[in-house]
Design a protein around this ligand. Structure first.
Ligand code: ZN
Ligand code: ZN
Length: 413
């Protein structure tokens, strides 16, 4: 495989165009905030061109540099890890209140902090996570149109393809991103229209059935996930509260909703490793009682996993349940991407922590108390991990516990 010349990459340009038109669905006059790793500059520049062509007001890139992040862990004083950039988070929240659209590019090394003092990492994360709650609130409430896409960062690529040279690994990851994002299709925007309508069929069916719970069972799993009162299934294109229909995730294969934070019972195992802050957490096994995890173990990374569960009250409860068939194109690559944007689209999953209030009817209008009353969970974390496999069965249960097959052997029934 040859090194990619980004200036001449038609697929990179197609990804940028797709992100602006179908992903974020930028409106004329709207400002755009792009967060990206420094390495993704070639993509950010393409995005800016397409954004301005689409009538953008101001496009503002916000770059992070992994070397600067590491410089902090290696050289900063202890007190640095008690600090965070509140002013930046407040500014971003103000931008969203002014209808600025958000675009995030992932692509950083998932193991960037793996060699650093885990105590410092978790302290810094906790402070940042607390201070960024104004942003999290606006995003989970879906105030403005937003989109996440991926850049094939070289260190990320080397984690997935460790035997390859840097150039080959990056090319292999770029090709996987382009394919999963459907930009290798002759007409990516048309391909997304079809994909969105297929996902819409699934969410409509689930919303019509209005199950009160889902029963997951298969190897190592027997779990009843009660669903929040007046929950709604979402997937693919969705309507932000500012009236813009956008595709938050590219790629995306999931349909998802909000579980009831008091009504989860049984046991479940992870089917793929969870990459969390530089640690690979493997073979998670947890037992839920009345919504709370009462027993937890992991074959690898157990300490980090338990620390995660102890973040706050809501971290031991579910904030998301998502259905993805085993035959999804990302699952078929058989790759572990070490990145949620990809790995969560390879298998059915659950997320610990914060729920998406947009998955509740009129969710954007509800107060925190009302969200809680319907069973919506709140937490500083939202961490997805995979429970799906080709042996997973799922039944939909209604109030009188009638059974409707939803998944059989990992596929839609
Ligand atoms: Zn998900
Ligand atoms: Zn999630």
């Amino acid at each position: 495989m040859a090194k990619i010349n980004w200036d001449e990459s038609a697929n990179l340009d197609k990804l940028a165009e797709l992100s602006i038109k179908t992903g974020v669905a930028l409106q004329p006059g709207q400002d755009l905030l792009i967060s990206a790793p420094l390495e993704a500059a070639p993509l950010v520049r393409r995005l800016a061109i397409h954004a301005y062509k689409a009538g953008a007001g101001i496009v503002t890139p916000l770059y992070t540099d992994p070397e600067v992040i590491l410089a902090r862990y290696k050289n900063a004083s202890e007190s640095s890890f008690e600090k965070t950039t509140e002013w930046l988070f407040d500014g971003m929240a103000a931008a969203f209140d002014n209808n600025t659209a958000r675009l995030a590019i992932v692509g950083e090394d998932p193991m960037l902090l793996s060699e650093q003092d885990s105590e410092k990492v978790s302290r810094a994360n906790k402070v940042a996570s607390k201070a960024s709650s104004p942003i999290r609130e606006r995003i989970t409430r879906f105030d403005v149109n937003w989109n996440i896409i991926a850049w094939p960062g070289i260190l990320w690529a080397k984690r997935i393809f460790p035997q390859m040279s840097d150039d080959d690994a990056q090319t292999a990851l770029a090709n996987a991103i382009f394919k999963a994002s459907r930009v290798t299709d002759s007409n990516p925007m048309e391909a997304w229209k079809i994909h969105n309508s297929n996902l819409r069929q699934r969410t409509s069916w689930l919303n019509q059935r209005d199950f009160s719970a889902l029963h997951f069972y298969g190897e190592g799993t027997d779990l009843i996930v009660g669903l929040a009162d007046e929950h709604e299934w979402m997937g693919g294109a969705s309507l932000a509260r500012n009236g813009v229909m956008c595709n938050p995730n590219i790629p995306s294969e999931e349909v998802f909703t909000t579980p009831h934070n008091l009504k989860v019972n049984g046991y479940v195992r992870s089917t793929k490793p969870l990459s969390y802050q530089g640690t690979l957490i493997e073979d998670i096994a947890v037992t839920f009682k009345d919504g709370v995890i009462i027993e937890a173990s992991a074959a690898k990374g157990e300490e980090v996993f338990i620390k995660l569960l102890d973040t706050d009250e809501g971290a031991r409860r579910l904030g998301e349940v998502a259905l993805v068939p085993h035959g999804s194109p990302i699952s078929q690559t058989n790759l572990l991407f070490y990145n949620t944007l990809f790995d969560e689209n390879a298998a059915c999953h659950i997320a610990l922590g914060q729920c998406y209030s947009k998955c509740l009817k009129n969710g954007g209008e509800l107060s925190n108390e009302e969200i809680l009353k319907r069973g919506g969970n709140s937490s500083m974390i939202h961490v997805d991990w995979m429970i799906g496999s080709n042996s997973m069965n799922i039944d939909g249960l209604n109030e009188s516990r009638n059974i409707t097959p939803v998944f059989r052997n990992g596929e839609w029934a």
